[in-house]
Design a protein around this ligand. Structure first.
Ligand SMILES: [Zn+2]
Length: 346
């Protein structure tokens, strides 16, 4: 009997303390809820010391600004030079302060200098006219050659980044302006040798596979988990990173046309063939989402789907695409983002 009674008081005790715990939890939740609604954490965005707005999505805003600085608007603006990036400061604001990311973005962008991308058509090293795209620049040269314009061999083009917007011309306008009547043929022998010389230059390969050519870069030294060996020997003519003409997403190694290019590591060919300004290119996909890109090749020895071992010949050095001389443009990518090849090679 006595034992049963003790048990009963003990149980009521437990029940009471349970209720108390539940009450405390509810009280805490209420307090936190109210705090969250009244004082949610936000960021004040400062530029040159001045608050230019507020955001509660710092990461997205930073990325949006970063992308615009690096890659422009994806159309005519190639990149933007900004003196100072904004700073973010945590504030516990009352709810009446509103986030205004769009205004912040516009303010930051307005302080920058946009660089426009054009292709300058050059005659004997002098800028003559401008077109908007790489394809148009190629077409100008091809058309002048097809029409046997006297100056066809001294016409080239370069990518031009300038802080002022340049008026572009249409392909036909450029061709008719630059066209020069050919001299009458001297003898059949000389015409034959010259035509042979000019036709030996470029062969383009039909693409197989697919390739991501986004220009995202990272200056971090990511660990690859794959060890790379040099695909080609030669002189480094351009390093990875920002140059006066924009972002260089790889490393340029110059060597003569026909020099063997070897796979930097074992992997699978996921692209081979012509790709715009890259010319003939090969992409080897390795383990861990690592890829290596080999561009401007004169000859390709593989097609998509092939597996290759480290050091295996995959292509030959050339100057196809947007290139001014024979060299290998090598890119090292992890999950699509370009990293400095010199962190791992050369
Ligand atoms: Zn390059």
């Amino acid at each position: 009997m006595k034992k049963g009674k003790e048990m009963k008081t003990f149980l009521t005790h437990i029940r009471k303390s349970c209720k108390l715990v539940v009450l405390i939890i509810i009280a805490f939740l209420l307090i936190f809820g109210i705090m969250y609604f009244l004082f949610r954490p936000m960021y004040a965005v400062r530029l040159n010391g001045q608050i230019i707005g507020y955001t509660d999505a710092k990461k997205q805003l930073e990325e949006k600004i970063g992308d615009y600085v690096k890659a422009g608007d994806g159309e005519n603006i190639a990149f933007v030079e900004i003196d100072e990036l904004p700073e973010y400061e945590v504030i516990y604001s009352k709810k009446d302060i509103e986030a205004n990311e769009d205004e912040v973005f516009d303010t930051v962008i307005a302080t920058g200098t946009p660089y426009y991308k054009n292709y300058a058509i050059m005659e004997s090293g002098e800028e003559k006219m401008y077109v908007e795209t790489f394809e148009e620049a190629e077409k100008v040269i091809a058309d002048l050659k097809a029409k046997k314009s006297k100056n066809a061999n001294s016409i080239t083009y370069v990518v031009k980044y300038s802080s002022e917007k340049i008026e572009n011309s249409k392909v036909d306008q450029v061709v008719s302006k630059l066209y020069e009547k050919p001299e009458p043929k001297k003898s059949q022998k000389t015409t034959k040798t010259t035509s042979k010389k000019s036709s030996s230059s470029t062969k383009y390969y039909t693409p197989t596979g697919s390739v991501n050519t986004s220009q995202k870069v990272s200056f971090a030294k990511a660990s690859l988990g794959v060890s790379l060996s040099r695909p080609v020997s030669g002189t480094i003519t351009s390093r990875f990173g920002r140059r006066s003409r924009g972002m260089h997403t790889g490393l340029d190694i110059a060597n003569s046309t026909g020099t063997t290019i070897r796979a930097a590591a074992a992997g699978k060919i996921t692209f081979a063939g012509r790709k715009g300004s890259y010319g003939n290119m090969v992409v080897v996909t390795h383990a861990n989402g690592i890829q290596t890109y080999y561009c401007h090749c004169s000859k390709l020895n593989v097609t998509a789907g092939d597996t290759v071992s480290q050091g295996q010949k995959i292509a030959e050095v050339g100057s196809t695409g947007n290139s001014t001389g024979p060299h290998l443009h090598l890119e090292v990518r992890k999950n699509g983002i370009c990293y400095n090849p010199q962190n791992y090679l050369y």
